[in-house]
Design a protein. Structure first.
Ligand SMILES: CC(C)(COP(=O)(O)OP(=O)(O)OC[C@H]1O[C@@H](n2cnc3c(N)ncnc32)[C@H](O)[C@@H]1OP(=O)(O)O)[C@@H](O)C(=O)NCCC(=O)NCCS
Length: 133
């Protein structure tokens, strides 16, 4: 089942990010992100209501973004990631996003393959970043 995240889910989501080698957003950072864009943090749960998948979306008013997709390694290839992304896409489109972006780490070939299957293709843009505090 795909549903919206609730704060009781945070420990399970944090553990899921750790077990899938995603960096876990600290709770205060996640709260700020969710407060800014409610309804875009989704989880998948199994029959026992355990959280086994997560995806975070943001909408900056112009573009939708997908962050930190993770599915528990005990449930590979069951379509959970596809279902999470599909529901998040629906919500981002509903908010007016004409395009959805995401970043893939250069060493994550499997992740890139997954995204390409869903139509997310590499762009020539180069990410530039500057720490400001
Ligand atoms: C990548 C990940 C999200 C896939 O989750 P999943 O629930 O197993 O994915 P799905 O079952 O929805 O798979 C969708 C398609 O991608 C393919 N796929 C999934 N994982 C794959 C992998 N590791 N290598 C190659 N293809 C893969 C599936 O075979 C499937 O293709 P099909 O429809 O032709 O059968 C999951 O393995 C994961 O959490 N990995 C670690 C974190 C990560 O890499 N996150 C995303 C990248 S930023």
């Amino acid at each position: 089942m795909i549903r919206e995240f609730g704060w009781d889910d945070y420990p399970a989501v944090r553990d899921l990010w750790h077990v899938t080698a995603r960096s876990a957003l600290p709770e205060d950072e996640l709260r700020a992100t969710v407060d800014h864009g409610p309804g875009l943090l989704l989880v998948a749960e199994d029959r026992n209501a355990a959280v086994i998948g997560v995806v975070l979306g943001t909408f900056d008013g112009r573009r939708g973004w997908i962050h930190r997709l993770a599915v528990h390694p005990g449930h590979p290839g069951n379509g959970l990631a596809t279902a999470l992304v599909s529901e998040l896409e629906r919500r981002l489109i509903e908010r007016g996003a004409p395009r959805i972006n995401l970043l893939v780490m250069p060493d994550n070939a499997a992740g890139l393959t997954f995204w390409q299957r869903l139509g997310y293709l590499p762009c020539p843009d180069v990410l530039c970043s500057k720490p400001v505090c």
